[in-house]
Design a protein around this ligand. Structure first.
Ligand SMILES: [Zn+2]
Ligand SMILES: [Zn+2]
Length: 365
């Protein structure tokens, strides 16, 4: 035998070769296995371990000097937001916090949005949506129902996102057991069958958005998703006309880590659902290999509305394209704390690769 330590497929303790039986024996659980089976399992696990690859091709381009000349960058000395707009738009207030203390900033836009979704919802419509929100709401505090709700500020803002596209090839292994009981005279015989279950397949993710602004609560951006990416335009400074965009301050790498989290969670869930009919299932290994993985910086439109009640400021966010509304008024049915992944098209094609049955027998009185 080589110096590789083989692990017991049922309990993971080290196996030792028994010359007499010509089997690999486990001193911990008492099972014995064919040498070939054990080798095969070890090979699968080694292959799957080298399979993982979750790297992305980020389209992180800087503004060209010509584009930079047509763009104005400024920062808010009140909230710290960094904002930009085209050269013809005069920014007197911060689109983020409403403060008038905006000052021009040195041009440093490394990440240029590739696409932008223009506003479909006009200011008057957004205001109407705010007022309509309070109609027929039984669950909101009386405070909002007994007196008129007045818009304190309404701001038009483009929010930066990174959009992720990929095909995720997954390879998963699970340890499963099936327990069968039968009677034999005065004994009850329990047979535990051990399985190594393998799954492989592909999940495609299209236009998975990850918020690229640290200033906006992810709960807000996620609650007003999804955006319809079919209406995207190629970005140019002029497409911002009249509105301000928040500069992306979450870099490609950090966004990729979050995208990987989402891809991983969705893939593991989808694969796990295909493993059924066992008494117990324990995930053993999971590897994901991404193909056609690209991330693209984009700008999406939102209206931010604030209103003051009883000494507090409440924020409303409206998807500037679809009109989806969210707010942080408590006890409402607003989806403020909902999580809505704008995950389109989970084309799942999950194939069953192989199943290796490892059986053992245990007898209890
Ligand atoms: Zn064992
Ligand atoms: Zn501000």
């Amino acid at each position: 035998m080589s110096t590789i330590t083989y692990k017991c497929p049922s309990c993971a303790a080290p196996l030792t070769y028994d010359g007499k039986s010509q089997k690999m024996e486990c001193g911990s659980c008492g099972n014995a296995f064919d040498v070939d089976t054990v080798r095969q399992i070890a090979r699968i696990e080694q292959e799957d371990g080298q399979y993982e690859n979750m790297s992305w091709d980020a389209r992180d381009e800087a503004f060209t000097p010509e584009e930079a000349a047509r763009t104005r960058l400024f920062s808010c000395s009140s909230c710290g937001a960094e904002l930009f707009t085209d050269e013809t738009t005069v920014a007197t207030n911060c689109a983020f916090c409403g403060s008038p203390s905006v000052i021009p900033a040195q041009f440093t836009l490394e990440t240029k949005p590739q696409e932008i979704i223009p506003f479909q919802i006009e200011k008057a419509q957004a205001e109407q949506m705010f007022h309509d929100y309070f109609k027929n709401r039984k669950l909101i505090p009386n405070l909002f129902l007994t007196s008129r709700n007045v818009i304190d500020e309404i701001r038009q803002l483009y929010v930066p996102y990174w959009l992720f596209d990929c095909d995720a090839d997954g390879r998963m292994t699970y340890r499963g057991t099936r327990i069968l009981t039968s009677r034999s005279g005065n004994y009850r015989v329990t047979t535990t069958q051990h399985y190594l279950i393998r799954r492989s397949g592909t999940l495609s993710f299209r236009k998975l958005p990850v918020d690229a602004s640290t200033l906006i609560d992810n709960k807000i951006t996620e609650s007003i998703e999804p955006f319809n990416t079919e209406q995207s335009l190629v970005f140019a400074p002029e497409t911002l006309s009249g509105a301000q965009a928040n500069r992306a301050d979450v870099d490609a790498q950090t966004s990729q880590d979050r995208a990987n989290q989402r891809v991983k969670t969705s893939t593991l869930d989808a694969f796990r659902q295909t493993v059924s009919g066992y008494s117990s299932v324990i995930p053993q290994s999971a590897s994901i290999n991404l193909r056609n993985a690209t991330s693209v910086p984009v700008l999406y439109p939102i209206w931010q509305i604030t209103t003051k009640k009883g000494g507090n400021t409440y924020t409303f966010a409206i998807n500037g394209q679809t009109g989806e509304l969210t707010c942080n008024i408590p006890w409402s049915k607003a989806k403020f704390f909902g999580r809505l992944f704008g995950m389109a098209g989970m084309a799942a094609a999950i194939g069953i690769a192989a199943m290796y049955a490892l059986s053992s027998l245990g007898v209890i009185k």
